[in-house]
Design a protein around this ligand. Structure first.
Ligand SMILES: O=C[C@H](O)[C@H](O)COP(=O)(O)O
Ligand SMILES: C=C(OP(=O)(O)O)C(=O)O
Length: 354
């Protein structure tokens, strides 16, 4: 008989089930408390019961867990210091959606050498998330692969669906069942409507095929996620962080019967991929917040220990603490940016109280 399937499959390698990985690296009481408290804090900001700002801050991608932990220890100090004004959550991105091809993140290729040891990547990701949460630092991730949540989602306080997948039914279904708040980015061309549609979809229950933690293909029925929101990240049509874009997005959300709560990504097309421009974007957002805007509930900042980005040269040691995907703000600028934003939150609070 003529062979008709797997004609383009070069190999199939089994990996450990989520249960195996979760049993090897189990959730601790301390980590569960960190996740629970951060999720509740984000929910309150989204519901308007807490006037703080949510900030998802950290590297574009994690490629070196030691540098990620050093970054987290610096961020933890600022998180504590600014806790009255900002709910800081570390951006801990393990999955990178690529425009064409490129390194797809720590889970997909943890050794950065095209050896694609996904089994190892899943464990590295879970171990880092556990260590961060154990130390009191909550984490936000992008959910790209629809199976990875089963390995890590108990350690995630906030999730994003990226610009390239916001329109995907699979990701909307996944978002409808995730236990944390989920932000949907606008499309890469700048289309905000697709993110508004995504929120509407993910707020509804869905039924779809997925994998249990034991590894069984099953029908999942979700309740819908009322903690979904838009993330404005700009697009090829231009940035979308200014007041006119916030107004237009809020109008779209209102028309759809959705809460006007918006997160703005200071990076990507909003910074035109120039990392230092994140400071200007954050300044503009800060002016809007200080002026009384309470629709901007959150910001995202791409930041690492060392400013900029680098290409990983085969055989060469990468610069410690610098991004290997998009360029990031360095630590000192991040510190300045967050302190200034905290000040704008205080100004808004004082004005409201006056
Ligand atoms: O955030 C990271 C990148 O912008 C995204 O993964 C796309 O990257 P690429 O265009 O370099 O593939
Ligand atoms: C890939 C990312 O963003 P976007 O989906 O907006 O391109 C990201 O935040 O890492």
């Amino acid at each position: 008989m003529q062979r008709t399937d797997n004609l383009r499959i070069a190999s199939i390698t089994e990996v450990s089930t989520p249960d195996v990985v979760r049993n090897e690296i189990p959730l601790t009481d301390a980590a569960a408390d960190t996740v629970d408290q951060a999720r509740n804090a984000i929910a309150k900001v989204l519901n308007g019961q807490d006037d703080r700002l949510v900030a998802i801050v950290g590297p574009c991608s994690i490629h070196d867990t030691a540098a990620a932990k050093e970054y987290a220890s610096k961020l933890a100090r600022l998180r504590e210091e600014l806790a009255d004004d900002i709910v800081i959550v570390m951006r801990v991105y393990f999955e990178k959606p690529r425009t064409t091809v490129g390194w797809k993140g720590l889970i997909n290729d943890p050794d950065l050498d095209d050896s694609f040891q996904i089994d190892k990547g899943l464990r590295s990701a879970r171990k880092l998330l556990l260590e961060l949460n154990d130390s009191g630092m909550p984490a936000g991730v992008e959910y790209l692969d629809i199976l990875t949540p089963q390995y890590i989602s108990d350690l995630v306080s906030w999730g994003a669906i990226g610009a390239r997948t916001t329109e995907s039914q699979l990701h909307r279904e996944m978002g409808s069942g995730l236990s944390c708040a989920v932000g949907f980015k606008n499309g890469t061309e700048g289309n905000i409507k697709v993110a508004v549609d995504a929120i509407q979809s993910a707020r509804n229950p869905h039924r779809f095929l997925s994998l249990t933690t034991a590894g069984a293909i099953s029908i999942f029925e979700t309740t819908g996620n009322d903690q979904t929101h838009v993330i404005l990240r700009g697009g090829s049509s231009g940035p979308n962080y200014e007041a006119e874009h916030i107004d237009a997005t809020a109008a779209m959300l209102e028309k759809a019967g959705l809460p006007s709560k918006i997160m703005v990504d200071c990076s990507h097309a909003n910074s035109q991929k120039k990392h230092e421009r994140q400071l200007l974007v954050a300044e503009d957002l800060g002016n809007q917040i200080a002026g009384g805007d309470n629709r901007i509930f959150g910001v995202m900042v791409e930041s690492h220990l060392v400013a900029g980005r680098q290409d990983v040269e085969p055989g060469a040691t990468p610069t410690y603490g610098q991004s290997i995907t998009d360029a990031c703000l360095g630590w000192d600028d991040t510190d300045v940016l967050l302190r200034k934003l905290a000040e704008t939150v205080r100004t808004r609070r004082q004005k409201k109280a006056a």
